[in-house]
Design a protein around this ligand. Structure first.
Ligand code: M6R
Length: 366
């Protein structure tokens, strides 16, 4: 059932070209500029009209929510708040009939997310679900939604569910922006075409697996890791750190790169591996300066860069390339090397990758 792989996690990582394609299938066709999410059609006007979207989720799904915040703000110009479901449910949140809540959950059974939905619903908000498990409690509790088609995810560390969530949320943000008239035709067309290329570009990232394994070997016994990114790559940094923590039990922190100098930079010395998300996007130059700041303090830098970048490689210790894409779609590619890095480190440490200690696949108790 692991299809010849040692663990479900690695099987699921390698399934991503398929699971991302499945999450777009029947919804997107670039050649005739078609984009339609059946479950959302009836609510698309409401989404386009709303002034605020509140996203509730936990863990990796919360990271997908942070990506969606950028997408909806950037493309559809809608104000988005991303909440930990566990915090949201125990506050007295300002939420009402004019708000739209998007709940994101792989399992559809996370207790805190379900409770957050019930609370928002009781205040009159419209609830959309982005779930992977058909007929799950969360899917049933929502007014409408769009399923991710990642297929069953067995590894406790979420991988293909995350990229499927980001894919579906991207489709939702683009569809909303289009309905709102907030996106130019040219950008719209370009995004659809680029989206269709993502599965094959993920396959290209896999060509770096051996290289990533070598890097994992060098850092197998590191005690700490820092992950830094800006913009859309900030949530990816958080996700990379969470993956490493969960399955290798190495302490790892993700930060927005610019926050470094407000504290974490004190941690940098020659023993500190720092993973930079340094793809060629609008924060590229800023990230390059952040890399210099870390190198000046002798940190060991592993940089995820865009293919063909010649500036960063001589500045850092290791690079892993990902293909170029539209900036908005970067997380779908930049997260892949981080999933692989955490997997190989955990395997080299002899961890139980698919069932890490203290963790359950779905957290149905609070
Ligand atoms: O099933 P859900 O997406 O609601 O689960 C949320 C979190 O429990 C989950 O993402 C968790 O953080 C994973 N172990 C991350 O790899």
């Amino acid at each position: 059932e692991k299809g010849g792989y040692d663990h479900f996690m690695i099987k699921e990582i390698f399934e991503q070209p398929r699971s991302i394609a499945d999450s777009m299938r029947g919804r997107l066709r670039a050649e005739d500029a078609h984009l339609q999410l059946g479950g959302l059609e009836a609510y698309l006007d409401k989404l386009a009209e709303t002034e605020r979207i509140v996203i509730v989720a936990c863990g990796t799904s919360w990271h997908a929510g942070l990506v969606a915040e950028y997408l909806f703000e950037e493309l559809a110009r809608i104000n988005v708040e991303v909440e930990y479901a566990s915090e949201f449910r125990y506050r007295n949140p300002v939420i009402g009939e004019n708000d739209i809540v998007i709940a994101i959950s792989q399992s559809g059974e996370t207790a805190d997310t379900l409770a957050a939905i019930e609370l928002a619903k009781s205040k009159g908000a419209i609830i959309f679900g982005v779930c992977n498990v058909v007929g799950s409690s969360i899917a049933r509790a929502t007014h409408a939604g769009a399923y991710t088609h990642a297929g069953p995810e067995i590894g406790v560390a979420s991988t293909k569910a995350f990229t499927a969530q980001v894919t579906v949320l991207t489709l939702m943000a683009i569809a909303t922006a289009r309905r709102k008239g907030a996106i130019q035709e040219e950008t719209y067309g370009h995004l659809l075409t680029e989206l269709e290329c993502i599965p094959s570009k993920v396959t290209q990232v896999f060509e770096n697996a051996t290289r990533i394994k070598e890097i994992a070997f060098i850092f197998t016994y590191a005690r700490n890791f820092i992950y830094l990114g800006r913009g859309l790559n900030f949530p990816v940094a958080l996700e990379g750190a969470l993956k490493l923590k969960e399955i290798s039990y190495i302490h790892a922190e993700g930060y927005p790169a610019a926050e470094m100098k407000h504290g974490p930079i004190a941690l940098i010395d020659e023993d500190m591996p720092v993973v930079f998300l340094a793809t060629k996007d609008s924060s590229y130059e800023k990230i390059v300066s952040n890399i210099q700041e870390v190198k000046a303090r002798k940190g060991r830098v592993i940089a995820i860069i865009t293919e063909g970048d010649t500036l960063i490689p001589p500045m850092v210790d290791f690079v892993i390339e990902v293909p170029a894409t539209h900036e908005i779609l970067t997380p779908l590619l930049s997260v892949i090397p981080l999933q692989l890095l955490s997997y190989y480190v955990a395997v080299m440490r002899g961890r139980n990758v698919d069932q890490p200690r203290n963790l359950a696949k779905s957290v149905t108790v609070e």
